[in-house]
Structure formats: structure tokens, C-alpha cells
Design a protein around this ligand. Structure first.
Ligand code: ADP
Ligand code: MG
Length: 296
């Protein structure tokens, strides 16, 4: 029997709640020595909540109007930031208009036309780089402070003018620190990889015990990080859930998708953890190593 047949055949794979794409997936877990973890939705719950809304004083909108515009655009997105913004607008009973010409840029933000004007919601870097907007100094300072505090911050611009910022917060999965301890005891080097800002990344890394952090990653640079580790001679498992992780998941020696993740992440992966529990990843590595030992 192939190792996969053995693992699945004993029922342990399904007991663990993992779906295995093929026999090669299990064999690769034997040699994996590095585990790259996406942050949002993988190490954290991905159930983001709006923590603060801040408007540029002379931009002519109040907090409610800013949230209304942001929610109109984010209504087209499945991203955790989008869900947080839409939920906040709903809980404030805001009357959110329908947006047109929605488009998303993975790892950066979203855009749409609202009441005839282009509204953009996303990272300060994306707005400054791709939309050539100027971020007022006072707002930039607020953004930096919120990021240092571990928040995820998106800016909202309309017609090329920055109106304000929305700060959202996430929580680490309850089992995440335990899972990281188990990775280390299995001699897997943990690496946190995220499109989010440095402060939010560092905050999560500190909570779960990861030292190596790569923040502000685009989908392309996530792929580069995996390839860079492989070029160092590492055998890399990548765990992710988003469209932004798909290329890195496919390039990794072992791609592991979280069950609640996007179809793109699941399709790009060798293994799917149905429950999304991170400790299951450690269980799968331990079990497959033990299984391979047994059949030798
Ligand atoms: P992660 O790697 O942590 O899963 P992503 O690559 O999905 O994060 O996103 C990186 C950053 O891009 C987010 O922290 C956010 O600032 C911005 N972003 C992505 N999608 C959206 C969206 N729908 N609305 C606003 N900002 C977004
Ligand atoms: Mg993610």
C-alpha cells in the first residue's frame, strides 16, 4: 500500500479531519523542515472587527459617512477586512449604497464606483503607490501608531483624496501557540508570512512564539519567500487560506489549506485541514512520519 492508502486506510487521516490530495503529499511531510504560516485566517481566526474609525478633519465626511463608503466598496469582497467593515456598517444601521465596477487587488485592497466617484479602500502603500494619493501627515502618524499597537489599518480615498482610515483587529486562534510549540518540537522552523503591516505581524508572532516574520508581502513576494527558503535548501510546508496564498501554496513542497479557506487556496494545496485547527497540522506531520517509519 502507498503511505496515503495506509494513513487513510487506517481511518486516521479522516479521524484527524485532513483531506490528502495524493500519495506524494504524505511522503513529503517526512522531509519538511520549515513551516511557513500565513497570518490572517491561518494563525488568527480571520474574524476581524472594526476597532476605530478616523477621519481627516477637513475631508468633509464624518465617521459614519466614511464607514458607509468603505462598506459600499467592501460589499464585493470576501476578505476578513471587508467582512469587518460591512459588519460595522450594519451594526450602526448605516444606509449603504450599491457600488459599481468593483475590483479587488489581492494583498492590497479594493475599488469601486460609489455615487459616480471612484472609492478605494486598502493599504497606505497601495493607495500611495497605485493611486498616487497623498496621505496627510496627521493621519499617517495615527496609522503608524495603530499599526505599532498591532492593528490592521486600511485607508479610504474618494476621487483621489484620502478621507480617513479604518482600524481593524483580529484574534489569534486559541490553539495557535500550542501548535507552534508542537512545530518546534517536530524540528519544523516556523515562519510567519503576511500581507499585513509589520506591527500587526509582530503582535501576532509574539503571541504565538514565532521569531521569523515577513510582513507586507504581496502574493508574488509570498511566492518568493517560499522559493528563497527552498533555495537555502529548506523543505517547505506552507499553510494558508487566501487567494493571496495560492501561488506560494502551489510552490511549497507541501501546501496545506485551511478548510474554511478560499477555493483557490484549497485547489493549490496538497492537504486540506477541514476544521482549520492549526494543531491538526502538527498531528498530521507527526502521524505521517510515524506511518512512514512503520512501513519501512
Ligand atoms: P494576509 O497575508 O495577512 O492574509 P492579505 O494578503 O490578504 O493578508 O492582505 C494584506 C493587506 O491588504 C491587508 O492587511 C489589508 O490591509 C489589505 N487588503 C487586502 N484585501 C483587502 C480588502 N478587501 N479591503 C481592504 N484592504 C484589503
Ligand atoms: Mg490569510
Amino acid at each position: 500500500a502507498t503511505p496515503t492508502a495506509l494513513l487513510v486506510g487506517t481511518g486516521r487521516g479522516s479521524q484527524l479531519g485532513i483531506l490528502i490530495g495524493g500519495p506524494q503529499a504524505l511522503e513529503r511531510t517526512r522531509t519538511v523542515d520549515t513551516i511557513v504560516l500565513d497570518k490572517t485566517g491561518t494563525v488568527t481566526t480571520g474574524e476581524m472587527r472594526v476597532a476605530a474609525v478616523s477621519v481627516v478633519p477637513d475631508a468633509g465626511v464624518d465617521e459614519g459617512e466614511l464607514l458607509t463608503l468603505a462598506a459600499a466598496v467592501e460589499d464585493g469582497s470576501e476578505h476578513p477586512v471587508a467582512r469587518a467593515v460591512v459588519l460595522a456598517a450594519q451594526s450602526r444601521d448605516l444606509d449603504v449604497p450599491t457600488a459599481e465596477q468593483f475590483a479587488a487587488t489581492p494583498g492590497a485592497g479594493v475599488q469601486a464606483v460609489v455615487d459616480g466617484e471612484v472609492v478605494v479602500v486598502g493599504t497606505a502603500r497601495w493607495l500611495a503607490g497605485s493611486w498616487a494619493v497623498t496621505v496627510p501627515g496627521a493621519l499617517a502618524a495615527q496609522v503608524a501608531a495603530a499599526e505599532d499597537g498591532g492593528g490592521t489599518v486600511v485607508l479610504v480615498a474618494r476621487g483621489g483624496t484620502v478621507l480617513g482610515a479604518v482600524v481593524v483587529g483580529d484574534t489569534v486562534k486559541p490553539e495557535a501557540a500550542d501548535a507552534v510549540r508542537r512545530f518546534v518540537s517536530l524540528d519544523l522552523r516556523p515562519v510567519l508570512l503576511t500581507g499585513d503591516n509589520e506591527g500587526a505581524a509582530r503582535s501576532v508572532a509574539a503571541q504565538v512564539g514565532i521569531d521569523e516574520v515577513h510582513a507586507r508581502a504581496t502574493p508574488a513576494s509570498k511566492l518568493d519567500t517560499v522559493r528563497g527558503l527552498q533555495a537555502e535548501g529548506r523543505t517547505v510546508a506552507m499553510v494558508g487560506d487566501g487567494v493571496n496564498d495560492a501561488a506560494a501554496l502551489a510552490a511549497a513542497d507541501l501546501g496545506i489549506a485551511m478548510g474554511a479557506g478560499t477555493d483557490a487556496a484549497i485547489a493549490a494545496s496538497d492537504i486540506t485541514v477541514v476544521s482549520g485547527r492549526l494543531t491538526v497540522v502538527a498531528d498530521a506531520v507527526r502521524l505521517s512520519r510515524a506511518t512512514l517509519r512503520t512501513i519501512r
